[in-house]
Design a protein around this ligand. Sequence first.
Ligand code: PLP
Length: 384
Amino acid sequence: MADLEDKGFGTRAVHGAGAPDPATGAVVPAISVASTFAQPAVGEPLAFEYSRSGNPTRAALEAHLAALEHAAHGFAFSSGLAAEDAVLRLLSPGDHVLLPDDAYGGTVRLARQVHAATGVLVDTVDLRDPGAVEAAWRPTTRMVWVETPSNPWLRIIDIEATAAAARRHGAVTVVDNTFATPALQQPLALGAEVVVHSTTKYLGGHSDVVGGFVATNDPALAERIGFLQNAAGAVPGPFDCYLVHRGAKTLHLRMARHSESALVVAEHLAGRPEVAAVHHPGRAEHPGHDVAARQMSGFGGMVSFQLAGGEAAALEVCRRTELFTLAESLGAVESLIEHPGRMTHASVAGTSNEVPGDLVRLSVGIEDVGDLLADLDQALDSLR
Ligand SMILES: Cc1ncc(COP(=O)(O)O)c(C=O)c1O
């Protein structure tokens, strides 16, 4: 295999997935289902020993995704939250972690309802506000969690500035890169120490697998994450690894189309009288547009918008669309619509992360964009 380091993202996405098998010529790494591997002598395993500790299909996926994030180390998990759980386990009782005040609801639930019980101190803060962030640091702050663009508000956090401040305060920066993917945003190059993914979303890309991933260049963090992956055992099965691996080869094409169509959808929605506000970082009016333009090479496929008619109108739009399927999740080829307040973010109702009832979130797929606009139009027309 030629050295791919200096090649473009698309070339690395395709060829970094692995060279043909020298024994068979197979151009795709095999799905290796063995749970255990024969050892020639006691205590002398070959490359693999037991599939929780390591598996050939998983190793191929981990090497590929790590390379796409320009990371030396990568670890696959059974879900995005399992990956996040491993990262939060880097903290000890008494350590303080800062989360964005609009992080994915499951991330907040994991930190507040699982890790806080182990003695980790959790605070949320508006990471877009340097003054609020400066006031939030404590001597015990060991981690700051960045999610950009955020779910469901599509807010943008400056990764480079946050990572620089975290370093001054002795904390590591973790970036949830699920929405942007390495095709559009490279957090490690911007100074973050750790990247996490729900590979369920764009990396898998086809709504047919649940998975997670952690990448880092820090050898000590990598050693601990690798230990936790094996010790806690939240690993993906080989078929799931294969599906994510397959999805990642077309990531660049899909992200280009998602980004292009999402901007068209966002601008179209902004012109509709039933829509009170549209959130998409590609719009010049978006408050995070300049930072997004600096740290991303495209603005991604997610759009959220608020209905002038409040929650009743939001629920009606979710009920009326036909090409946009009403479902949780995001990041796949088909367009999805959801009501964050009652669906993905219901677990944070009553907290500072609560989402208002008038908000609708779209995951814009790769269908013909004219058909997507027509579908949204007929749903909005029904409100008249
Ligand atoms: C930004 C973000 N991070 C993490 C997760 C959790 O991933 P999973 O559902 O694969 O556990 C999600 C799920 O929606 C998400 O949107």
